[in-house]
Design a protein around this ligand. Structure first.
Ligand SMILES: [Zn+2]
Ligand SMILES: [Zn+2]
Length: 144
């Protein structure tokens, strides 16, 4: 079940609307911890996303050879992670104006979840090794 929701960054320069899935993914990887300043990165999966304002305010950082981390160039808000050259499939949940009805259904890179953060009850758990296997399979599919 997806719902049309709107969101934006702290300063208001970047605004978007998208169909958003109710189940969030929490990424505990070291990059997301550092990028968000706390972590995990809570990702709301999106489809039919439209940037309604501030396309020119987007700043892209390549922390890996495949991924791209997008922030607002003015306020520094964490916006979304995406595969390089691919459409945006998820946004940081905290950007959404209305977060009602969202729940964490998936946790990834759980080997990096800090001791002070408990697991989300009922969420699937996936390790770094499992995520890297998925990524390798994806990159292989893409390169053929
Ligand atoms: Zn901003
Ligand atoms: Zn991550």
């Amino acid at each position: 079940m997806s719902e049309l929701r709107t969101g934006g960054c702290l300063c208001g320069a970047v605004r978007f609307s998208a169909r958003v899935e109710a189940g969030l993914q929490a990424c505990h990887c070291r990059q997301c911890q550092q990028w968000t300043g706390g972590g995990p990165l809570f990702v709301a999966h999106v489809a039919e996303m439209q940037i309604t304002q501030g396309e020119d305010a987007l700043h892209s950082y390549h922390a890996s050879h495949w991924g791209e981390r997008i922030t607002c160039a003015t306020c520094g808000s964490t916006l979304w992670w995406k595969m390089q050259g691919k459409p945006t499939r998820g946004v940081a949940a905290g950007l959404l104006d209305d977060q009602a009805g969202l729940t964490v259904t998936e946790e990834i890179f759980v080997d990096y979840r800090p001791d002070w953060l408990p697991a989300f009850e009922g969420a699937t758990q996936s390790t770094e090794a499992q995520e890297e296997a998925k990524l390798r399979a994806y990159l292989e599919r893409e390169s053929t």
